[in-house]
Design a protein around this ligand. Structure first.
Ligand code: LMR
Length: 404
């Protein structure tokens, strides 16, 4: 018996995270024909997690250069921060007004952003979309916020229910924090149109709300620049807002934890103050971020030739995913007149709602080794020509059994 072993005996059981638990179960599954459509990770047409050519070339260069592993400053690698900011805000943004740090992926950016906001707006509530990415609830409530939901999806048309969203947001107290998915809304894939973003920007300004963008899928909806539309719109209008950006998906660098946090401020002196707060939060958390992934991304974004290769690779990933969406919907709709799967062709990005219940998702996994998130969310980027028909058949089989 350990001395003081009793100290931890009253810890509550913490249920595991549904998405990461699923990944663990998938890895432990010994069936050779298993299909991973759970976590949002991009696989190529051969079903493999790719190393992008641009990334491979950058790694070769960095290997050759063989630099020692120094500490980065609290804000991270400055070349990376500049390149990340240009990628998100475009070349003509007012960079002096944007406080910027490198973060541990998009999640790290959300967490540090939440901590900084909580210190300065202790009474504010955070509003996230219903439905949304569950980890937003965890991140903001761990930072001490009370988190509430605004309506988002019209399930009939599978588009954004903008009227309902707008009328909820227009009643919020000034200073409320509104979490928005800049593109490829997770899990629905239903995004606001340009006209709706314009309305929303007006509302946010009039009502004094604070938008907090989660930008995890830049390049996966319509293009690198197109997907930044809402963020650039608000920046050009000199609005105050926050962006958590992730490069896990668009560089296929999931394990490097590369992201960035931006606070768009109204002037340079505000940005300086916010910068100090962000760095303080980093110092008290993990001190400073790691170098390797930031070095790779920074090198790619600064070398024109490499950057062109990378942009083409992002286009290829996006087109492969939307091709798979189409293939799956074709197969589902060809074989079932009962469910209108075609309404799911409008949404964009990695995910599709399979319209299966948690029990049906369990059946798919246990009987056939097809892994979907418990919510029924299906990651299209795990599909390929070799498995898409089989997955469609399995879904329809389950749907058909409903009426028996
Ligand atoms: C997902 O939603 O599957 C990804 O964003 C990975 C994650 O961290 O949940």
């Amino acid at each position: 018996m350990k001395i003081a072993g009793h100290l931890f005996k009253n810890f509550n059981h913490q249920p595991s995270d549904p998405i990461f638990e699923l990944m663990k179960r998938f890895q432990a599954d010994s069936r050779s024909n298993k299909v991973n459509l759970g976590i949002g990770m991009y696989c190529n047409a051969a079903g493999e997690l790719p190393v992008l050519r641009s990334v491979w070339l950058a790694k070769e260069f960095l290997k050759e250069r063989n630099q020692p592993s120094r500490y980065l400053p609290m804000a991270g690698y400055s070349d990376y921060c500049c390149a990340a900011r240009a990628l998100v805000f475009g070349d003509d943004a007012d960079t002096e007004c944007i406080a910027t740090i490198q973060t541990l992926g998009g999640t790290g950016a959300l967490r540090i952003g939440a901590e900084v906001l909580k210190r300065h707006f202790p009474e504010a509530e955070v509003w996230v979309s219903d439905t949304g990415w569950d980890n937003h609830l965890t991140i903001f409530s761990n930072a001490g916020f009370s988190v509430r939901r605004y309506p988002y999806l019209d399930k009939g048309s599978y588009t954004v229910d903008f009227e309902a969203m707008y009328s909820c947001l227009e009643r919020l107290p000034r200073g409320s924090i509104v979490l928005l998915h800049a593109c490829c809304h997770n899990p629905t894939g239903a995004d606001l149109s340009k006209a709706q973003w314009l309305h929303l920007a007006e509302l946010v300004r009039d009502r004094g709300l604070l938008p907090f963008f989660d930008f995890a899928y830049q390049g996966f909806a319509a293009g690198i620049d197109e997907d930044a539309y809402a963020i650039r719109l608000m920046e050009r209008q000199n609005m105050a807002f926050v962006v958590a950006s992730s490069f896990s998906k668009n560089f296929a660098l999931y394990g490097e934890r590369c992201g960035a946090l931006f606070f768009c401020c109204q002037n340079e002196s505000q940005a300086g103050l916010v910068q100090g707060q962000m760095e303080y939060a980093v110092r008290g958390s993990y001190s400073n971020p790691p170098l390797h992934g930031a070095d790779i991304i920074s090198y790619i974004l600064h070398e024109t030739g490499l950057c062109d290769i990378w942009r083409t690779e992002v286009t290829e990933m996006r087109e492969r995913i939307s091709g798979m969406r189409q293939c799956l919907l074709d197969a589902l709709s060809r074989n079932s007149a009962r469910l209108d799967y075609y309404r799911l062709s409008g949404p964009r990005g990695m995910f599709l709602d399979s319209v299966l219940s948690p029990t049906e998702v369990d059946q798919l996994r246990s009987q056939l080794g097809i892994y979907l998130a418990p919510s029924g969310r299906l990651c299209l980027a795990g599909l390929n020509q070799a498995n898409v028909e089989m997955v469609a058949e399995a879904i329809l089989d389950i749907v058909d059994k409903r009426s028996i």
